[in-house]
Design a protein around this ligand. Sequence first.
Ligand SMILES: [Zn+2]
Length: 432
Amino acid sequence: MKKLALLLIPSLLFIACEPQENSKQNELDLLAISYVRTCLEIGQYDGDFVDAYYGPDSLKPIEPQKDEIPTLVLLNKVRGLQSSLQNFIKNTENEEDVNRASFILAQLVATEERLNIISGNTSDFDEESKKLFGVAAPSYDTSHFEEIIAKLEDVLPGSGDLKTRYAELSEKFIIPTVRLDTVLQAAIAEARRQTKLHYPIPENESFNLEYVGDKAWSGYNWYQGNYTSLIQMNTDFPISIERVIDVGSHESYPGHHVYNMLLEQKLYNEKGYIETSIYPLFSPQSFIAEGSANYGIELAFPEQEKIAFCKNTLLPLANLDTTGITAYFKALEAVSELNYAGNEVARGILNGTMTEEEGIDYLINYGFYSPEKAEQRIAFTKKYRSYVINYNYGKDLVDKYVASNSKDQDSRWEAFGDLLSRQVLPIDLVEN
Ligand SMILES: [Zn+2]
């Protein structure tokens, strides 16, 4: 009945709705443009703020950069935009417009908090992560990690100190430097093949791969727009076999490279959502980005397929013995349950309840970090602060979302692809 009525009065509908909807759209487009401009202006002063921008050059700041960041001016702009968006949401019925405005608003709440942080006005760990990333991660005490560690006794081969046993097992699967590029390219190619089986990703997509050093992170995707990425891998530390799988999927397919491409294709190119062209790193978008990229590793490489791929392809390419690979992946899975220890260290350091030295000890004892990796993690914590929750809590919530919207491997890819193609807020995953 509804359809028939609509068919009978198309011209009336056109007259009644379109001008109003158009003006609403224009209003939101203008707010989105102001959001992009403001972010680009902040990016002039905070080198970590804008992770990617592929929108028009005309939105870049024209005024020369000032000697000092004009924090108050920028805060006023951000707050003004927030209240315009709140008004817009209050006075709009169109669900898609409300969703879009809510997304930009949440990004601006994060922008305000980032401005506060860079001007030295910091909140505690949970409050910061709520403002920056939309949620606060669960907190665990040492007994939680001790329980997980006790279970490692049955998982790690050999006897004696568990950390030594874990380190010895990992060492067997370190890729010789001369083989690294070949092995990594093979891992990325397989992750891409798996992804292409499920998503029609743009024909002209591509990435460049670089090996770098002296970084606080182990891998990075710098999205360049036009369906291209620069992927960097940090070679400061020896690289074990699972790391090439992580980089192949987390940074590439179906992780960051695919997420950014889908957003560019579906939201920027098809819908003209200008806000998509900018990715402020300290924002709820990072929660979805890191959580989905970590979930994507398991999606592209389910346990059994991953072991088979390592045995048949990656380890032979690396000139490594395949003996013990199943036990190694079991150990990695068990040890990965300790990764919330990194959150507790960030929480302690940011809240001033833990020194850096105590943080290093905590990471070694409760996170099974090597001393060198623990130091790198402290450097990461100082630079990226509560960002750490995006990796583990983000992954847990993406996992929960996909599990409740799928029943088999094919529908997992489908639910995941849908998540990567929309403006989703972390709170939507909590309430899912
Ligand atoms: Zn990442």
